[in-house]
Design a protein around this ligand. Sequence first.
Ligand code: ARG
Ligand code: ZN
Length: 472
Amino acid sequence: MNRRALALAVVALFALWASPAAAERYVAGSAGLGDPFFPLAGNGGYDVRHYSLDLGYPQGENLLSGRAAIVARATQNLRSFNLDLRDMYTVSRVSVNGRRASFVHSGQELTVEPRPKLKAGRHFVVTVDYTGEPEPIEDPDESIEGWVPTDDGAFVVGEPQGAPGWFPANDNPRDKATFDFEVTVPAGHTAIANGVLLWHRDHGGKSTWRWLERYPMSSYLATATNGVFQTRFDRLPNGLPRYDAVDPNTRRRTADPPDPALAMERLAAEPEIVSFFSDLYGPYPFDSVGGIVDWAPDVGYALESQTKPNYDRLPSAGTVVHELAHQWFGDSVAITEWPDIWLNEGFATWSEWIYSERHGGPTAQESFDELYAIPEDTEQGQDLWFPAPKALPDASVLFSTPAYDRGAMTLQALRTKVGDDTFFRLMREWYRRNRNGNVTTADFIALAERVSGMRLGGFFRAWLFEPGKPAL
Ligand code: ARG
Ligand code: ZN
C-alpha cells in the first residue's frame, strides 16, 4: 500500500469507528461459516462457550424431546443469528436472555431474532425447546449419522454433520465449547455422554444420567448413546475415571452370536493404550476415558467421540487404538476445516502403526512399505494414490483411503526424512502447542520446518497436494 492509500484507509477506518451509525449497525449473523465441504455448517456472529442439553427419549416411541441452553458471546452486533438444527424437529419456544424470541426454522437453519438485539462482545443465553422423531442423517458418502435409533435406544455420532440431528449447534469444528448433559431414558437403560458422570437417578420408571465435559469440544464429537448396556465404571491406576459400556447384544457380524465379554476385553486395553500414547505424545488430553460398544450395524464405522469413542459393533483391537489416538489428534488438536481431515485420520492411522511397532507387531515402516508397493494402475492403487489427502474434491471422499493411509504414509515418510529424534519431538510439540485448539495443514508444515530446520515444501507438496504416488 502506498502512503496515500494508507492515509485514506486510516481515515476510512476512523470514520467507521467514530460514526454512531456504524457503531449501532446490527447485522444478521451469517447462516454458515463457509467450510469448503459444508458451507452452511456453523454460523457467523457468535462463539459458543457452553451447551447444556436436557434430553428425554422414552421407550416405545421414537420421540426425542430436548431443551438446549447455550451460552455464547456475540462477535458482531446481531439483529439475528442462526443455529443448526434439522427440521425433523419442531421448535416450540426460543428465548434469549430469558425473553421470548421469534424464530424461523427451515432446512438445518434455525434463525433467531433476539429482542433486544445483541451487542458485540456481550454474552447471552439462548434456550431452545424442541421435539421430534429423530432419523439418521445421510452423508455425502452415503453413510448415516446423528441420532440413529437402535432396537433399544440410540447410537449417537456426529461426524461430520450429525450434531444438528439431535441438538441446536454452531456445528463447525472450530467453535469448541464445554457441554453438560441430562438424559432421561427408561429405567434399566443407560445414557452415556461425554466427560464425567455427575450423577444418575432412577425415578418413576425412568432413569436420568447427568454428564459433564469440562474440556472444549467440537460439536461433532458430542454423544449421548443410550440403550441397554453392561457397564464398567471405575478408575485407571492414575485415578482417571473410566466408563465402559457394552451392549449385551453386540457382535462383530450379524451372523455371529453376541459376545459382550470379548467387547469388554477389547476395552480393557484402554489403560495401556492411554499410557502408551501419553508417553509418546504428551499427557492424555481429558479428565475421563472410556468406550461405548453398541450394536448398530447399519452405521458401519466407529467414531472418536470425545472421551467416549462409539463403536457400532464389537471393535478390533486396532480400532480401539485408532479411536483413542484420536483423543490427541482430532479431538484435542482439532481441525478448522473439513478438507484438513488427514490431520485426524492420517495421525490416528499412523498411531496404529507405531503402536504395533512398539508391541512386537509389524513396524510402521513395514506398514508403509506394504502400501508403497501398490502400483498406481491397479484398483487398489487408484484408491490409495488418488486424490492426494489435501486435495479431496468434495465431502463424498472425506473418509477415503488417501486421508487414512496416504495420510499415515506422509507421517512415516516424514519420520524417515527428518529422523526419529526430530520426528517424535515434532509430534509432541504439535500436541503441546495445539492442545484444546484448532489447526490447519499449513500450521503442521510450518511447525515441521521449524522443528527440523529443513525446507519441506517439496516434500509436503508431493505427499499431500499432488495426485499419484510420490517418489521416494
Ligand atoms: N472418524 C471416524 C474414524 O475414526 C470415521 C467417521 C466416519 N464417518 C462417516 N460419516 N462416514 O475413522
Ligand atoms: Zn479415524
